[in-house]
Design a binder for this molecule. Structure first.
Ligand code: PMP
Length: 451
């Protein structure tokens, strides 16, 4: 009898698995993870890596959080599943906790993840206006470079052309404006970029007709689009004022920035007077241990859904949104963040890491290093004067060189027109000083080698 030849995971991977995002040929030597410990993981070949992007910016507390694992197990033992057309204890407890963290006055609808949470937000925004005497308020404004999800509505809000052009026709009713991005100011003005970007929002609302605009969605810090944030609080203040002035709901996508990633519990806390009408969470909400999304809405918006015995309620459901185990995991995640003062820890270590990474700007290929909390972007250019984005092949070489040294970092999606030329670094929030030293020194080494 012929001996059965056992295939390696590499071979089976190539035969069966369809990888996200990667071009086909990039799957030739896939990295196949097997186990994890803290901020590190080991692949099937026994190689150890530091996860400098927390998976997809979600594994915020690293691997091996036994309390989270136990919370999921205990919840599954008690109640494996229940839909949220009724209620269950972990969803109620989580909604209460989120309301507390948001300072009160918010109600939560649970979803599966970030895309789903944003879709939910758009539907709530439109239905709210319809039921509040403004039926024509339907348009949603979002910002170029932002990513808001993969489903067709969330993708329509996503303003990264390369991610969308193969799926046209895109869902209508979404309008894009430039974000504040001083390094490549759409307004040709580094110093006034925040102000001009905010004024452009107002112009757009006026040009479109305020009676037709339902909502403006933004990440407090654009993450996947290349770690882009305003220079000061001015932008946030203006945006809030403008949304108030025209009855445009401000949806904050905190799928990445929520739960400590930016050195504050939520990204909007970087703006003194900034607050969301609707805020969406996923990723860090469960530290990546189970899928969950949340759409938290101001009570005043919820009021317009109060059923009057007619049809005002929200005709929206998600089988797994708010799964009991996911909610139990989220509650434990938040408890751990609070108990271990994780947000403060991030804020304390941030300046050190950022200042070390900023030293890279002396390198010919580094145009700008920016970021906040544990979310950093290194924008690569082939020429500092013209800011011409570095060729994709060269960027991939840098990412691969880091991987060879045991460090996983990311890069932004293929954003037009500046290319996917920003290296993205977002280590687990529980990373130790030694972990962060490894992260910074490895990147420095790679840049020294290409000098
Ligand atoms: N919003 C932002 C800002 C994101 O980064 C992502 C995912 N990268 C999403 C929404 C979509 O989340 P999900 O992949 O969980 O659907």
């Amino acid at each position: 009898m012929e001996a059965e030849i056992k295939k390696s995971y590499g071979e089976k991977d190539q035969e069966h698995l369809w990888h996200a995002l990667k071009p086909y040929q990039a799957q030739a030597a896939p990295l196949i993870a097997e186990s994890g410990e803290g901020s590190w993981f080991t692949d099937t070949e026994g190689n150890r890596y530091f996860d400098g992007v927390s998976g997809l910016w979600c594994l915020n507390l690293g691997h091996g959080q036994t309390e989270i694992i136990e919370a999921a197990t205990e919840q599954m033992k008690a109640l494996a599943y229940f839909p949220l057309s009724f209620g269950h204890k972990p969803a109620i407890d989580l909604a209460e906790k989120l309301n507390e963290l948001l300072g009160g006055g918010y109600r939560s609808f649970f979803a599966n993840g970030g895309s789903d949470a944003n879709e939910t937000a758009f539907k709530i925004a439109r239905q709210h206006h319809k039921q509040s005497g403004n039926p024509e308020k339907t348009k949603i404004i979002s910002r170029y470079r932002a990513y808001h999800g993969n489903s067709l509505g969330a993708l329509a809000a996503t303003a990264q052309a390369n991610r969308k052009m193969k799926y046209e026709v895109n869902v209508p009713g979404f309008i894009h404006i430039p974000p504040p991005y001083a390094y490549r100011s759409a307004f040709g003005s580094y110093d006034d970029d925040d102000l001009r970007a905010a004024e452009y929002l107002e112009q757009t609302i006026l040009w479109e007709g305020p009676e037709s605009v339902a909502a403006f969605i933004m990440e407090p810090v654009i993450s996947g689009g290349g770690v882009i944030h305003p220079q000061s609080d001015l932008y946030y203040k203006k945006v809030r004022d403008i949304c108030n002035r025209y009855n445009v709901l401000l949806i904050l996508d905190e799928v990445v920035s929520g739960f400590g990633r930016t050195g504050k519990m939520f990204g909007y806390m970087h703006g003194e007077s900034l607050y969301p009408d609707i805020i969406t969470f996923a990723k860090g909400l469960t530290a990546g241990y189970l899928p969950l999304g949340a759409t938290c809405v101001k009570e005043s918006i919820y009021q317009s859904f109060k059923d009057t015995g007619t049809t005002n309620h929200f005709r929206h459901v998600s089988t797994y949104g708010g799964h009991p185990a996911s909610c139990a995991v989220a509650l434990k995640t938040i408890e751990l963040i609070e108990r271990h003062d994780i947000v403060k820890q991030v804020a304390t270590l941030e300046a050190d890491v950022l200042s070390q990474l900023r030293q890279l700007t002396s390198h010919a290929l580094v145009g700008e290093v920016r970021g906040v909390g544990f979310l950093y972007g290194i924008e690569l250019v082939s020429d500092k004067a013209s800011k011409k984005p570095l060729e994709d092949e060269q960027i991939k070489t840098i990412v691969a060189a880091c991987q060879k040294k045991g460090l996983i970092i990311g890069k932004n999606g293929d954003t037009v027109p500046s290319g996917g030329n920003v290296l993205i670094i977002a280590p687990p929030l529980t990373s130790t000083r030694e972990d962060l030293t490894f992260l910074v020194e490895t990147i420095q080494e790679v840049f020294a080698e290409i000098e």
